[in-house]
Design a binder for this molecule. Sequence first.
Ligand SMILES: Nc1ncnc2c1ncn2[C@@H]1O[C@H](COP(=O)(O)OP(=O)(O)OP(=O)(O)O)[C@@H](O)[C@H]1O
Ligand SMILES: [Mg+2]
Length: 303
Amino acid sequence: MIEPAISFNRVSKTYRTGFWGKSFIALDDLSFEVRRGEILGYLGPNGSGKTTTFKVLLDLIRPDTGSITVFGGPADQQARERIGFLPENPYFYMYLTAAESLHFHGRLRGMSRDERKSRIPELLHLVGLDHAEGRALRKFSRGMLQRIGIAQAMVNDPDILILDEPMSGLDPSGRKQMRDIILGCRDLGKTVVFSSHILSDVEVMCDRAAMIRQGKLQGIVQVGEMLDSRITHWEISCTNLPDASRYAGCIAQQTKNQLLLKVGDEAEAKNMMWDIEQSGGRVLSFGPLRTSLEDLFINQSGE
Ligand SMILES: Nc1ncnc2c1ncn2[C@@H]1O[C@H](COP(=O)(O)OP(=O)(O)OP(=O)(O)O)[C@@H](O)[C@H]1O
Ligand SMILES: [Mg+2]
């Protein structure tokens, strides 16, 4: 049997807060596995326990009960050397250049000078920062900082990457770059877990998605395989229709020049397209409409 990359076994964590030490359950009997080589999206609203899960894995805080294994063994110091971590709010030494910052992190990870010298250009290339090697981090944009953060997490070539909200604060092109880096990590055989509360990011790049809410795991879904089962309707956009009233029951939206039709059944939708073309109309687009992951999780958790 292939051991999972990470296994959480009935992990619970309670914080004590306020003057009276009132207890707050941040993780509640959490059990799940991260498979080797997968990208797992870890979803949840603010305050649901995502960062706490990562901190427990990295031994930054101790769980009250439960255990964690990494590649089938204890999550000890040796195992954690195989994990790279990008925190939610990473701290950067702003006066260091990109290369210096990676040398610094490499030294912290016990890498020799020769190892660092061959690894660092490779890493800068991987995160698309070759051109900024000698630039101080204080002159970096938010997206560039986030990318150097990932490079820091990967400095000693870890097998597992834990990224806490890697997309936060990035514009669409920054998100795309980050997505490509994460997908590139999987191509290199890494196991990646990243947290987010943005479902579309998870949908486009994850193999599986786990949802946590108030410290409890709501479920894990296989993102790719679920795509077909989540089709709710077929959508046809068309123009030049001589007689739109023929499709009155299916009209979702009508503008001066275009008509958007929604049909429940694929075969019926294909017949309708044929009919439109025959009657002199023109089909502009045709495709499935799917339930979003959000709806799926909301249905699962009964809310
Ligand atoms: N050190 C702490 N002491 C007390 N309570 C804490 C502490 N750290 C986190 N919490 C509480 O535990 C809960 C889970 O926090 P956590 O940071 O894990 O959530 P999160 O899912 O990462 O949220 P976000 O999306 O905002 O980053 C929150 O209600 C938070 O207020
Ligand atoms: Mg967090």
